[in-house]
Design a protein around this ligand. Structure first.
Ligand code: FES
Length: 155
């Protein structure tokens, strides 16, 4: 037969374990949600390749962002080059010098940064000005005709 003191001690241990599990559940759900939002960001859909009319197009899209249990939307855009062979390049839309938003100039066929005169060709290579490297690109995945972007790769 179990002594009263032993029984009470085990009862306290059982309640302690139960309370620990109850406190750990929200933490586990938070960690799980963090991994889920990372996976979403690793292959985010930005549009249909067949909708691109020009070789180089500014593509706007809405990204869903998860922050813990909150979900909000952020308006973003990228520059997309659809090459004649069907491959797609997706450029991060900020200059690699100091982060200004650059624009595509179809006459000169160059990306031009208004801040300090940085210029890039349609492959994203730096051709003039102070930028220290080519334009940053997103990793691209195509699922059928859908373009999905992943992490930014800096050259
Ligand atoms: Fe683009 Fe300086 S920020 S050239």
């Amino acid at each position: 037969m179990m002594e009263r003191r032993t029984f009470l001690s085990r009862l306290v241990q059982l309640f302690s374990a139960l309370i620990s599990v109850l406190f750990a559940l929200p933490l586990l759900r938070f960690v799980q949600a963090s991994f889920a939002s990372t996976q979403d960001a690793s292959a985010y859909p930005i549009g249909d390749v067949n909708a691109l009319q020009e070789e180089i197009t500014r593509v706007a899209f809405t990204r869903l962002m998860r922050d813990g249990w909150m979900v909000h939307t952020v308006e973003e855009y990228v520059w997309v080059r659809k090459k004649p062979d069907g491959t797609v390049l997706v450029f991060e839309p900020h200059c690699t010098h100091l982060g200004c938003a650059y624009d595509w100039d179809s006459k000169s066929e160059q990306f031009r940064c208004p801040c300090h005169g940085g210029r890039f060709d349609k492959e994203g290579n730096r051709i003039a000005g102070p930028p220290p490297r080519p334009l940053d690109r997103f990793q691209v995945k195509k699922e059928g005709t859908q373009i999905r972007i992943g992490k930014i790769s800096k050259i």
